[in-house]
Write a protein that binds this ligand. Structure first.
Ligand code: B3K
Ligand code: ZN
Length: 885
């Protein structure tokens, strides 16, 4: 906890470090009630900072200093200054050695940052600024050092002792303790440091790199999870091969390790050679993890592995550059997942997520640029903007340069900056230099916050046979009050003729028609492109593949959208046309509900979805995606003022209508797919994911009919499924149904069967937290009393509290403010336990401007109450104060 008012830190104040650390030698003595950390730092004056020897200011927090020496001379209290965050010494030469010993308390560290204990094992999380909770250090990413790490611990309880790099020695001591030493020869910043000590088993494999080196691969888990590692291991080997093939990147150490821990603030961490993972991002097998969980494990294993180059070998100069490694690495993992599964479905899911959640962030009080220019607490900036929008920005560079040009740029980037800590500008510069292009204007994507709007209008001239598209871009005001200049927006498009065929495109001034799909670069506030040789008025297919993270509008009517759903050659845009049609239809219903009218569903939506369901040529995962109506969260995001009750009522009404009118086709496809599932062993592969996706969304519609044969089918699937995807869907369908007895029984059977598996229990919590039936808050409060629940485990908090406030909008936004009060109470408790998790859970309250006046007042009152609740962590302070500003 802070004692001073947290301070704002600015990118413009960046200065290179005064001193550098060439070698770091650490010894950890782990005990049950404390840990001793001895650090020896071989340091020197940073030559770029010129002559003179200013004081050396080391970062350190929550450390009990036992001793400090400078060049082997132990310092007395008069020789240094100590405050809550720093240890300051006066060096007397250009090169010197600092030795410190500190005492820390991992056993009582509930913030899960620095060194802490999880389920009896020791582990670390240092990014962004956790290393300063381990020892005094220059804890900033532009200070890079080699590390040797010795760990000493009791042998029986902690037989496995791990750190970064390669193992160079180990042995017993006389007192029942043992030691191990690891050496990491690659220069790295402290945020990539890791240590693990515990009673772990491991699954082993190996990988031969493209130059023929053998790398040992190990996944360490608690003994009871040893049967759930194979999927992660397969994913790791695929990632290593893919990064060689697609980016030419080879792994560098002799060993690569992953350790799964139960208490972890996010998904995983890319520490050099020793990735530490939330167990939810490693463990997966058919009986306990859904298809979505399998895909998430594959993606996160890949993401962390890819960081070895985009993040570790080339790292960030300062934390404002976070998207340098995160945006690029998300882009890389998305490419990998697309190659492993379905590119179109991956794109649909990513875009739906971005539009719902990142767009909301970009329109709220925490809006910031992909490269923010200020922050109070960096942990608050591991955001959808830095990650997902950052990935979109890299993706636009890829679109503008083409695959080959992009690869030239990434090769140059890695070659030029290997071993360095660099900036987003350096990344773009490599792309420019490798391709001989100028991306100066494009770089506004890094510095301007907010989601650009792109309004498109058309004009057809029958006489001249020309077709013009005019693009007008604008960007809404964000809290930084920054003036927004035009972005470079790559718009991929095609034109369809009346039969749905693609027209070869020729812009005015071009010699001949060319491809049928092309990228226009819109770079002015208003810009017109004219196509020639267009025999009849075409229908445009715009922003194919979602080629830029903008809100595009074009005045399509519903028949045109249905036409695009049928004929667009771009799979993403076929889906998107369906979404736009659904949005229009749902907005009608929302309006009707607002005015107290009877709800009437536009039959065109039924017709469109009936033909999707009847098309057995379509990828089944696509059918499932097209059947999914826009979520309540998305409908909220696109509303001026979100009418919580009307949005819910409208969407439920549409689902009910679709279920009734499409019952026969849904039932037929459900049964066919369930039949295949019954006769096929579970396989975590694309075509099987697709089959189950369609089967499961069909079941969730069918249950709305309340027909006895559907209840029977649901119970059959719940009882007999050999995998969690089918079982959990059946459970969720029951939980949202009116069949109280069956629901209660299924919940009890499930909990009894899986009570010893915390990750499965998380799903059990989530399914109930997400139930939109009345009484949601009471159910969540009762579940908090369940023995499997604890506020100390981030996965549990996310599964119950996060799912309730983030997905159960009708209950969370109850008009009496009870949901808000509940969330504020939780945040106040979490603030003291785990500030990072507290501040994440706050997000729904920060969106108060979206709601009606009464709800706004209630939400703000809760933010005020948090602000006044006592000593706030910097994390919570920043979010609360910006939300109320
Ligand atoms: N780099 C880590 C995130 C660390 C977050 C610290 N609060 C995981 C990742 O993006 O790979
Ligand atoms: Zn990352």
């Amino acid at each position: 906890m802070r004692t001073e008012q947290p301070k704002m830190i600015y990118l413009k104040d960046y200065q290179a470090p005064e001193y550098l650390i060439d070698e770091t030698h650490l010894t950890f003595e782990l005990f049950e009630d404390h840990t001793l950390v001895h650090a020896q730092l071989l340091m020197r004056r940073n030559p770029v900072r010129g002559a003179g020897l200013p004081p050396l200011v080391l970062d350190g927090q929550l450390l009990e200093l036992l001793s400090v020496s400078l060049d082997d001379r132990e310092l007395g209290a008069a020789d240094y200054q100590l405050d809550e965050n720093h240890l300051t010494l006066q060096p007397s030469g250009n090169s010197f050695t600092v030795d410190t010993s500190v005492k820390i308390h991992p056993e009582s560290n509930t913030a899960l940052e620095g060194l802490y204990k999880s389920s009896g094992m020791f582990c670390t999380q240092c990014e962004a600024e956790g290393f300063r909770k381990i020892t005094y250090y220059l804890d900033r990413p532009d200070v890079m050092s080699t590390f040797t790490t010795t760990i000493i611990a009791e042998q029986h309880q902690y037989p496995v002792l791990l750190s970064n790099g390669n193992p160079i020695g180990s042995g017993p001591q006389e007192d029942g303790r043992h030691w191990a030493t690891w050496e990491d020869p690659f220069m790295k910043p402290a945020y990539l440091f890791a240590l693990v000590a515990g009673d772990l088993w491991c699954v082993e494999d190996s990988f031969t790199t493209m130059t023929g080196r053998d790398v040992a691969l190990r996944i360490y888990v608690e003994p009871e999870n040893i049967d759930k590692c194979q999927h992660a291991m397969n994913s790791l080997k695929k990632s290593m091969r893919w990064d060689e093939e697609v980016y030419g990147r080879e792994y560098d150490l002799d060993i690569f390790m992953i350790v799964a821990v139960n208490d972890f603030n996010m998904g995983a961490m890319e520490n050099k050679g020793l990735n530490i993972f939330n167990s939810s991002a490693v463990l997966a097998r058919a009986e306990t993890a859904t298809d979505a969980a399998h895909q998430r494990v594959e993606a996160i294993v890949a993401h962390e592995y890819f960081h070895n180059w985009s993040g570790n070998r080339v790292t960030c100069r300062d934390w404002f550059q976070l998207s340098l490694k995160e945006g690029f690495t998300v882009f890389r993992d998305a490419g990998f997942s697309s190659d492993m599964n379905s590119r179109t479905v991956k794109r649909i899911q990513d875009v739906a997520y971005l539009r719902t959640h990142q767009f909301a962030e970009d329109a709220g009080p925490m809006a910031h640029a992909v490269r923010p220019d200020s922050f109070i607490e960096i942990s608050n900036f591991y955001t959808l903007t830095v990650y997902e929008k950052g990935s979109e920005v890299v993706g636009m560079i890829h679109t503008l340069l083409g695959a080959e040009g992009f690869r030239k740029g990434s090769d140059l980037y890695f070659e030029r900056h290997d071993g360095q800590a660099v900036t987003c500008d350096d990344f773009v510069k490599a792309m420019e230099d490798a391709n001989g292009v100028d991306l100066t204007q494009f770089k506004r994507w890094y510095s301007q916050a907010g989601t650009p709007r792109l309004a498109v209008s058309e004009r057809y001239d029958a006489q001249a046979q020309t077709y013009s598209l005019t693009f007008r871009q604008s960007c809404p005001q964000t809290p930084d009050k920054q003036e927004k200049l035009p972005f470079v927006i790559p718009v991929e498009l095609g034109l369809l003729d009346a039969r749905g065929a693609e027209i070869a495109l020729q812009l005015a001034g071009e010699a001949a028609p060319g491809a049928t799909s092309r990228v226009l670069s819109v770079s002015e506030a208003e810009q017109t492109f004219t196509f020639v040789g267009i025999a009849a008025k075409p229908l445009p297919s715009l922003l194919r593949g979602f080629s830029a993270p903008v809100k595009l509008s074009f005045p399509y009517d519903r028949d045109q959208l249905m036409f695009l759903m049928q004929h667009d050659r771009d799979g993403f845009n076929r889906w998107d046309a369906g979404q736009q049609l659904s949005v229009q239809v749902l907005q009608d219903l929302i309006g009707q509900h607002q005015q107290g009218q009877e709800l009437v569903l536009d039959q065109r939506l039924v017709v469109a979805l009936r033909s999707v369901l009847a098309n057995d040529q379509l990828d089944q995962a696509m059918v499932a995606e097209m059947l999914s109506l826009p979520s309540e969260a998305y409908l909220t995001e696109i509303s001026e003022v979100a009418q919580v009750d009307s949005i819910h009522a409208a969407r439920e009404f549409a689902r009910q209508q679709l279920a009734e009118q499409l019952f026969d086709s849904l039932w037929q496809r459900y049964q066919a797919n369930r039949e295949v599932s019954k006769n096929t062993a579970y396989i975590a592969e694309n075509e099987h994911f697709a089959r189950r996706a369609l089967q499961n969304i069909a079941l969730s519609y069918l249950m709305l009919s309340g027909k006895p044969q559907v209840l029977a089918a649901t119970l059959e699937q719940f009882d007999a499924a050999d995998n969690m995807t089918e079982r959990l869907t059946a459970l969720a369908v029951l939980v949202n149904s009116p069949f109280e007895a069956e629901k209660a029984k299924a919940l009890a059977v499930f909990a009894e069967h899986f009570k010893d598996n915390p990750l499965v229990m998380d799903q059990w919590f989530s399914v109930q937290a997400g139930s939109t039936l009345p009484g949601g808050l009471e159910r969540v409060k009762a579940l908090m009393e369940h023995p499997a629940f604890t506020l100390r485990n981030p996965n549990k908090v996310r599964a119950l509290i996060g799912a309730f406030a983030g997905q159960n909008l009708i209950n969370f936004h109850a008009a009496d403010g009870s949901g808000y009060r509940f969330l504020a109470d939780i945040v106040i408790q979490l603030n003291a336990l785990n500030p990072q998790i507290a501040s994440r859970q706050l997000a729904p309250l920060t969106r108060w401007r979206k709601y009606d006046k009464a709800r706004q007042a209630l939400m703000k009152a809760e933010l005020e109450r948090i602000r006044a609740s006592g000593e706030l962590s910097a994390d919570v302070y920043e979010v609360v104060s910006k939300s109320l500003a």
